[in-house]
Design a protein around this ligand. Structure first.
Ligand code: ATP
Ligand code: MG
Length: 417
């Protein structure tokens, strides 16, 4: 993409009421815009990142047999009332339609997915099944002060699984844990994210959270460094030792919950009368699991943990562009001509490039913006580099600058060297 054509620009005046680090960085760099507390627009650069996170999630969900669907956000009161959540779900946005009917905006979708899947599953032969969606969720969060980490409107991937028995649920649950770690690794958070025991299971004693270590995180966890397993502070009273090695060798850390998975058992299948015919012709309740993960929260978390004083440092797989190509303005027409050629070459090689082709901006300003935006590779073309038939290559997370022959650049960038 040509930066001269990008309608957003980096911003110096930030909203005064925005205190979170991730939102301030993302607003400054033109990735998102703030409309109200916990409500943001995604601009071209931000949407590229969000879409890449969603693409990774889709690939990993499809790989474990999840089938993608899209459920409505407008959910009638009756659906929530069936599970007693119309009265009890504090964060539900409630509204009244023109027909005087009441609705709750989708904060989670067990009340929709359970009766939906029930329409198609009758016998043990139809089980197991797993469906997921990536959708905008609404929650009337009291404290929406953490930028993308706690939105009132935010994106969630929610997967729901349906099983004939507990054993089958347990097997799938372990598969989901592995799949989640693949997602977090691909998004650059693998080393910082820990499986964490938490309250909230309706069927099992615990639910499991995926907590990413971050100084600004709202959660406190107790981490067993040896087992790489953590316990949420909310349950530490119940779980005083590491669930794996049984030692009480915990380190206290701040973290962000990027995912949360639950064994639901029959909590939702019972109220909706969702049963199946077993092999002997008997009627059994369907056993369910649900698995949440927030792409927008994940994006905010990456900003909290992957940055330096100059700006963001995007992990390669979710960067808006792989390369930020900078043309240092020059009176010699050759510089623009060679930079354009390189831009086209790289794109022909399948490399995503943001090309700073703007004539009115100084090299220093371009460098500062490139650091702020945080693409993994910065390439600079100037009179000086062209005198050596070269381009200056710098990785965003490294200090060293290297001169690479123009003819070699595409290979270097695609080979990940
Ligand atoms: P929290 O404890 O942080 O309030 P939760 O336990 O209510 O979150 P779940 O209902 O399990 O969250 O939602 C699944 C996932 O959706 C979370 O792990 C998180 O990644 C994301 N998520 C939840 N609430 C928000 C929010 N307000 N803003 C952004 N993402 C969210
Ligand atoms: Mg939670």
């Amino acid at each position: 993409m040509l930066q001269s054509k990008l309608f957003t620009k980096t911003i110096k005046e930030l909203p005064k009421d925005e205190t979170s680090f991730n939102a301030r960085q993302l607003i400054r760099a033109g990735f998102i815009d703030k409309l109200a507390a916990g409500v943001y627009s995604f601009l071209p650069l931000g949407l590229l990142v969000h879409d890449k996170i969603c693409r990774i999630i889709r690939e990993e969900m499809d790989a474990i047999g999840g089938q993608e669907i899209l459920m409505p956000a407008l959910i009638p009161k009756e659906s929530w009332a069936a599970t007693n959540r119309w009265e009890n779900f504090d964060a539900l946005f409630r509204l009244i339609g023109g027909d005087k009917k009441e609705y709750g905006l989708g904060a989670t979708h067990e009340e929709v997915v359970t009766p939906l899947v029930k329409k198609f599953i009758f016998s043990y032969k139809d089980l197991p099944a797993a469906v997921y969606q990536i959708q905008t969720k609404f929650r009337n969060e009291l404290r929406a002060k953490a930028g993308l980490i706690r939105g009132r409107e935010f994106s969630m991937k929610d997967l729901y699984s349906f099983h004939a028995d507990e054993k089958d649920l347990n097997k799938f649950y372990e598969i989901v844990i592995k799949s989640y770690f693949k997602i977090f690794s691909r998004c650059g958070l693998g080393d910082l994210t820990y499986l964490t025991y938490a309250l909230g299971g309706t069927f099992s004693k615990y639910s499991h959270e995926f907590q990413t270590l971050a100084k600004t995180g709202e959660d406190t966890i107790y981490l067993c460094k040896k087992c790489k397993i953590a316990v949420n502070k909310e349950i530490i009273e119940e779980q005083k030792v590491c669930p794996q090695c049984k030692k009480k060798d915990f380190v206290e850390e701040k973290a962000v919950e990027v995912g949360n998975i639950f064994k639901l058992g029959t909590r939702f299948s019972k109220p909706f009368g969702f049963s199946y015919m077993d092999e002997k012709g008997g009627k059994q309740d369907v056993i369910m699991g649900c698995y949440g993960l927030g792409p927008s929260r994940l994006m905010g978390t990456v900003v909290e943990v992957c940055h330096d004083e100059q700006g963001m440092i995007w992990p390669e797989e979710i960067a808006p562009f792989r390369v930020h190509l900078i043309e240092v303005r020059s009176k010699e027409a050759k510089v623009k001509k060679e930079t354009e050629k390189l831009y086209n070459d790289l794109r022909k090689n399948g490399v995503e490039v943001l090309y700073d082709d703007r004539d009115e901006i100084s090299a220093g300003e371009k460098f500062a913006e490139a650091d702020l935006i945080g693409c993994p590779y910065r390439l600079v073309v100037s009179e000086k580099t062209l005198a050596k038939d070269s381009v200056e290559v710098k990785k965003r997370d490294k200090k060293e600058v290297e001169m690479v022959k123009i003819s070699e650049v595409a290979k270097r960038i695609t080979n990940n060297a």
